[in-house]
Design a protein around this ligand. Structure first.
Ligand code: ADP
Ligand SMILES: O=C(O)[C@@H](O)C(=O)COP(=O)(O)O
Length: 426
């Protein structure tokens, strides 16, 4: 299997978001969970998105995992590797966008690498280095309250500089609007001046097409799904990939079984989606403190689900308001409470699967990572889009029967996301 485009995604929902964009843009794409085992029979594809869970680990661990994934992708023919980060630039001053981008730049022996989280379809735009989320500066958006990486600065040149060793430049909108030649000239200029990375502005898809045209000729880039769109369109336009249509064959064959939702995202969109779901299906709100205290809350949740699930889908949520999250964190610590709740939600998901759930929606990036790891799923085929950034996924190569899943990024999806997803996953 020789691939054209490789990607290393820093979390699993982000990986399915990018795989969805590449598929929609005409590339046959598969999402693997980690570097695939040699024994895994992968279909012929144009693009492989290697999903890693490295957004909230130490920078050293993130660099090591991403470097190994880069070597695997390069060894399988990838001419360009995109490091997929969150469209809301989820990271801290310790990393991991800066350290991983710089490490990949060194391995690929690249010039100045551009970085853009722009994803206009979901309201993420970058203007003179400042990230806006649905028109609000990042630091005023719901991301200011993220449980693991609250974002307090919209100026990404500054944010990136705090987590980088090298200097960070800017490819501003005026340059991007002038087209690929102007962007290349600006990157050359930045390289000569010694900049290792540069935030690239983008407001509309056309800007991302320009950036894609430039990136496709470089070894690596860093960005969100919008950059994936630019890269995919550049590959199709150049004739390197014939335009394919639709989703992977067989991705949507019915799997039967029971259906459930497990939510660990505390993002505003997820909280609203759970409120709406309460009108049409049973929703259990877990007690966060009891979850941290021990297994009784898990057993109670499974018994609650057992009494209802044969009649239709159920939802189980650890999700809580910013006030509850910060109270819990002040008592148990940010990482410890996040980790304990991820362990609990993934245990609940695995037990539901053991009891016959074959259609599973998971809300939250870290939460999805914990669930997918717990279920030991090796890879996913990409099905149709439920909402921008969220496709239906079909498991590949796992021990259990095939499952249909959706891994929803916390902030993605409309208010009726859960009902829409379950309808598509019949
Ligand atoms: N009630 C809660 N209190 C504190 N942390 C929570 C609570 N519920 C979930 N979490 C944690 O919040 C984090 C949410 O992150 P994630 O799953 O990536 O969601 P998102 O996609 O919205 O960023 C996870 O670590 C999860 O375990
Ligand atoms: O780019 C994005 O916004 C998503 O693909 C993504 O990575 C979101 O992360 P989570 O909200 O943590 O799922």
């Amino acid at each position: 299997m020789a691939i054209l485009l490789g990607s290393i995604a820093d979390d699993y929902t982000g990986a399915s978001d990018l795989a969805n964009t590449l598929t929609k843009s005409g590339l046959r794409t598969i999402q693997t969970v980690g570097i695939p085992d040699a024994a895994l029979d992968l279909p012929d594809v144009d693009a492989v998105v290697v999903a890693l869970k490295i957004r909230s680990v130490t920078a050293a661990d993130a660099v090591s995992a991403a470097s190994q994934a880069y070597r695997w992708l390069e060894g399988h023919g990838a001419k360009h590797v995109m490091y997929k980060i969150c469209s809301t630039f989820d990271s801290t001053d310790a990393g991991n966008i800066g350290p991983v981008t710089e490490a990949l730049r060194n391995i690929a022996e690249s010039g100045t690498v551009f970085v853009t989280p722009a994803f206009p379809e979901t309201g993420r735009t970058v203007y003179f280095g400042h990230l806006f989320v649905n028109g609000q500066p990042l630091n005023e958006s719901p991301l200011k309250d993220h449980p693991l990486n609250p974002m307090h600065d919209a100026n990404l040149v500054r944010v990136m500089a705090r987590q980088s060793q090298g200097t960070v430049g800017l490819v501003d909108l005026t340059t991007v609007a002038a087209g690929p030649a102007a962007v290349k000239a600006r990157l050359d200029d930045l390289r000569v001046q010694g900049f290792t990375t540069a935030i690239a502005d983008a407001i509309v898809e056309r800007d991302l097409e320009t950036l894609g045209d430039v990136a496709v000729e470089m070894g690596i880039s860093t960005g969100a799904s919008g950059l994936g769109l630019g890269l995919a369109r550049a590959l199709v336009k150049s004739g390197q990939v014939p335009l394919q249509t639709g989703t992977t064959d067989g991705a949507m064959r019915p799997v039967g079984g029971l259906a459930a939702i497990v939510a660990g995202s505390c993002s505003r969109a997820t909280l609203e989606q759970l409120e709406v779901a309460e009108r049409s299906m049973p929703v259990l709100r877990l007690d966060s403190e009891k979850l941290i205290a021990g297994s009784d809350e898990i057993a109670a949740a499974l018994s609650w689900a057992g009494e209802r699930i044969s009649a239709g889908p159920v939802a189980i949520a650890a999700s809580a308001s910013p006030e509850t999250v910060s109270w819990l964190q002040s008592r148990y610590g940010r990482e410890a409470s996040g980790h304990a709740i991820e362990t609990a939600t993934s245990t609940i998901a695995a037990e539901l699967v053991a009891r016959g759930v074959r259609r599973l929606v998971v809300a939250g990036g870290e939460t999805s990572g914990a669930v997918v790891d717990r279920l030991a799923i090796p890879a996913f085929l990409i099905g149709p889009e439920i909402a921008p950034g969220v496709p239906v996924l079909r498991t590949v190569g796992n021990a259990q029967e095939d499952m249909l899943m959706a891994l929803k990024s916390g902030n993605f999806g409309g208010k009726d996301f859960f009902a829409t997803a379950l309808t598509m996953m019949r």
